[in-house]
Design a protein around this ligand. Structure first.
Ligand code: GLN
Length: 251
């Protein structure tokens, strides 16, 4: 049994659409593999220390909450860069994702600094991009998977040339409603607009994160996790994917 240590950044500020539910999925899927998830909150002023966590998680929020945490997150930037370089995994959703880039200009023109961990920039547009989304991802070469979720953001995120998106949009808006890209991936760091929560209907991504976290914990390669039946999860994925397909907007 391994205790997988999760650092949950700003749970009191960044948690819309029950983004916290992602943690519950990680915890249960860890237990089903006879592991354990140890979750600690990392709030305002709390330090990030190398070696303390295997996986970091930051949820989404409205511009107002993002503004409240942005400065504090900036203070954690170099420590976060260090832990990620050391192989820790990170999942950032929506508002959290935007703050991992170089910055976010909010709907009312507020400029929020980002920490530059991901090669991207975000500026809010007039029209919110809302609805079900379906992506095609290939996090491991040759392993194509679909990711279904829900998006609701004013921010348009532009990836730098050469940056790796999390996936290609099959239906929905994605990063900016134009590029056909959604999210960003850099090694074990994943940023995405999909929430609501994301992991219950995409168990393959939960397992990918768990296995990256286990690799950090052991200092070895990401282990192959024992497969689970996932019947309910498959149905949830199909319902969500079906809604996104009905919505259209293929790139
Ligand atoms: N406030 C940001 C936006 O509107 C992020 C929203 C969110 O986290 N859902 O783009």
């Amino acid at each position: 049994m391994t205790a997988i240590r999760v650092g949950h950044l700003y749970p009191d500020y960044l948690n819309i659409y029950a983004d916290r539910g992602n943690i519950a999925v990680l915890a249960q899927r860890a237990v089903w593999r006879s592991h354990e998830l140890e979750v600690t909150a990392i709030g305002m002023g709390d330090p990030i220390r190398a070696g303390e966590h295997d996986l970091y998680y930051v949820g989404g929020g409205q511009d107002r909450e993002q503004l409240l945490v942005a400065e504090d997150l900036l203070g954690k930037a170099s420590a976060l860069r260090e832990v990620v370089a050391g192989g820790a995994a990170l999942l950032a959703v929506c508002g959290g994702y935007q703050l991992l880039g170089r910055g976010y200009r909010g709907f009312h023109g507020e400029d929020m600094p980002g920490i530059g961990l991901l090669p991207l920039e975000t500026v809010a547009g007039e029209r919110r991009m809302i609805g079900d989304v379906l992506l095609e991802c290939e996090l491991e070469p040759g392993e194509r998977r679909t990711l279904a979720g829900f998006e609701n953001h004013a921010g348009r995120t532009r990836l730098d040339p050469g940056a790796e998106p999390l996936g290609r949009v099959l239906a929905g808006f994605g990063n900016d409603g134009e590029s056909g890209f959604e999210g960003c991936r850099a090694g074990r760091v994943i940023g995405t607009y999909l929430h609501g929560p994301l992991l219950p209907r995409n168990p393959w991504l939960a397992d990918w994160l768990l296995s990256q976290a286990l690799a950090h914990r052991s200092g070895g390669e990401p282990p192959q996790l024992e497969p689970l039946p996932d019947e309910l999860e498959r149905q949830a994925h199909e319902v969500s994917a079906g809604r996104a397909r009905a919505r259209g907007g293929k790139f």
